[in-house]
Design a protein around this ligand. Structure first.
Ligand code: ADP
Ligand code: MG
Length: 609
């Protein structure tokens, strides 16, 4: 065997090998070639504008514009600009060297002079080559802004060979001519190009013309200062983004330049229609170029329900998801947006409590979701998150404690908060509770079961009970026992009669002394058991509680006159009928009596009458 020689060296990259990789895999979406070329053309005009402002260009700027044109016959798409142009040397430098960005070069050169580094889009030095995703041959015809510059023509057929020759061009600027490849002819279509431009070029800072019309709004409002803008401006812009949507509730204008760069407007929509929700998303821009509306990871999860735009050149765009999550800028952006949203909500709450309450049902989902998912958000939200009771009265957490403390503290000094998840179905239980002077909260949102769990963990000595979790005296156990009119012996007898007639192992019969105005029989499911089952159902997973058959408590009110009648009834059939009717009535008041059982109950009742 030959001995291995120790050696150090350099891995050489042959451009022949890397070029097809760039061409095929740089971007998964081929349509973005147009975004890249138009962005370069915009950069070229912006650079000229900047040079002019530094006094390095003394000529006429004229009407700076980018033009996209389609020639179906010649099978070409051309992107033209009257910007900075390129000399032959610049073409060699910026175009022939892949991954060498002229934009970065420009910024480096003028870094002391330019105050607005946000104007130049490019910085990867790869965008131009995306042209080869759709073109078999690409031509550049360019004339630099410099005095007496010789126009130049560069042609490349996608191999590593190029041709550079003198060209005829009288006007300053660049034409990029794409000879569309046979497999990309779908792009030789006016409608298709129009829609690509609408998507990516809609808010570019330099006019872009296609088919005789300007396709973009060069000064979208997120680039302006809030002081210059009226409510109408914000609403109009919202309509521009989401033409089919209802007016937003309110909005937040984001603007930060340290330690990262970010501008944007987030709108709080009215949550009416879950479907629409999915469709209208936050749009992510980088220097006014549309990047994506998949903002997952950039925006905190709970704020994905908002609408609007975020523009940041500091978000790495061409990297994988897992990298994005780990990126420290992205983390800071997340934190910043969360804080801004919390501050805005707090401001609205303090400024006009009534108006905040009016909007609360529409925004409670974000707020609760935010509380569940973000500790920092909770720290602020605990002051303005509202609880709504069955009378439609809103209170803050502190106000609520104050309000119900005296009447709803149990024998263990725990504050028991009562709630209903369905005011129709649980109506009789709500009524029992309010008859006791208890307050009942309305917790009928999909997120409320999680919200309740979170509050129990965050607040001290607070326990939530659904109104049908126990009989009224046990719901808030104050350690007081009602006198029973029945003897121990009678109570045991009664329990046996019920167990015998109902004949169901899943039912726990108990006899309790309750006020006579309570129902003779009530059915309850313990809070803990019900929550576990709800959660198992929500997660859809197999679990212990999910598989456990539902057991219910059947509470027989010892003090109710009808119950006494059961005991004294001598006729066995009549006694059985009475038990059955009272039990069915209890089921009925909980909406649990259905199907054949319901039919039988109706029939029995009719016969009896
Ligand atoms: P980036 O835009 O990230 O710098 P590109 O690959 O898109 O990288 O472009 C490479 C370079 O080619 C640009 O930085 C610029 O110097 C030059 N260039 C491309 N298109 C034009 C144009 N229309 N006018 C002038 N220069 C251009
Ligand atoms: Mg570019």
């Amino acid at each position: 065997m030959e001995a291995v020689q120790n050696e150090k060296g350099q891995i050489s990259i042959h451009t022949e090998n890397i070029f097809p990789i760039i061409k095929k895999f740089l971007y998964s979406d081929h349509e973005i070639f147009l975004r890249e070329l138009v962005s370069n053309a915009v950069d070229a005009t912006q650079k000229l504008r900047q040079l002019s402002s530094f006094g390095e260009f003394g000529g006429e700027l004229g009407d700076l514009k980018v033009t996209v044109s389609l020639d179906e016959e010649a099978k070409t798409i051309t992107v033209s600009d009257n910007g900075i142009g390129m000399t032959a040397d610049e073409v060699k430098k910026y175009i022939n060297q892949i991954a060498f960005s002229g934009a970065t070069d420009f910024l480096e050169k003028y870094k002391d002079k330019t105050d607005d580094k946000g104007q130049i889009i490019g910085h990867f030095g790869l965008g131009f080559y995306s042209a080869f995703m759709v073109a078999s041959t690409v031509e550049i015809v360019s004339k630099s802004y410099r005095d007496n510059a010789e126009p130049v023509r560069w042609v490349c057929d996608g191999s590593t060979e190029f041709e550079l020759t003198a060209a005829e061009k009288t006007e300053r600027g660049t034409d990029i001519i794409l000879h569309i490849a046979p497999d990309s002819e779908e792009f030789l279509n006016k409608g298709r190009l129009q829609s690509i431009l609408d998507k990516y070029a809609r808010f570019l800072p330099v006019s872009v013309e296609f088919d005789g019309k300007i396709v973009n709004n060069t000064a979208p409002i997120w680039t302006k200062s809030p002081a210059e803008l009226t409510d109408e401006d914000y609403k109009t812009f919202y309509k521009e983004l989401y033409p089919m949507s209802e007016e937003p509730l309110f909005w937040i204008h984001l603007n930060v330049d340290y330690p990262f760069n970010l501008t944007g407007i987030l709108y709080f929509p009215r949550i009416k229609n879950e479907l629409r929700f999915q469709r209208e998303k936050i749009q992510l821009y980088s220097r006014q170029v549309f990047i994506t509306d998949e903002v997952k990871d950039v925006v905190p999860d709970f704020l994905m329900m908002l609408h609007g735009v975020i523009d940041s050149p500091d978000i790495p765009l061409n990297v994988s998801r897992s990298f994005l999550q780990a990126d420290s800028n992205v983390k800071k952006i997340n934190g910043y947006i969360t804080r801004k949203v919390a501050d805005k909500l707090n401001e609205l709450f303090n400024a006009d409590r009534k108006a905040f309450e009016d909007k609360f049902d529409d925004i409670s989902l974000f707020i609760k979701y935010g509380i569940l998912s973000d500790e920092k958000f909770w720290e602020k939200a605990k002051n303005f998150v509202l609880l709504k009771n069955t009378d439609g009265v809103y209170t803050t957490l502190d106000e609520y404690r104050e309000k119900v403390q005296a009447n709803q503290t149990d024998k263990n000094e725990t504050l028991v908060i009562l709630y209903t998840s369905d005011r129709k179905q649980q109506h009789s239980y709500i009524e029992s509770a309010t008859r006791r002077g208890y307050d009942v909260l309305l917790m009928d949102n999909v997120i409320d079961s999680h919200f309740i769990n979170a509050l129990e963990q965050k607040l001290e000595k607070v326990h939530f009970q659904r109104v049908d979790a126990d009989s009224i005296d046990k719901l808030i156990d104050k350690g007081l026992n009602n006198e029973s009119v029945l003897s121990e012996v009678d109570q045991t007898k009664l329990k046996e009669v019920f167990e015998q007639v109902l004949d169901n192992k899943m039912l726990n019969v108990s006899v309790e002394a309750q006020p006579t105005d309570e129902l003779p029989v009530t059915i309850t499911m313990p809070e803990f058991m019900r929550r576990m089952k709800d959660m198992a159902a929500l997660s859809g997973e197999q679990s212990f509680y999910g598989n456990l058959p539902a057991t219910y408590n059947v509470v027989v009110n010892a003090n109710h006159p009808l119950i006494n009648k059961i005991l004294t009834e001598a006729d066995g059939d009549a006694q059985k009928l009475l038990v059955k009717q009272l039990y069915d009535l209890a089921l009925l008041s909980q909406n649990m009596l259905t199907g054949a059982e319901l039919t039988a109950f109706v029939r029995r009742t009719v016969e009896k009458l």
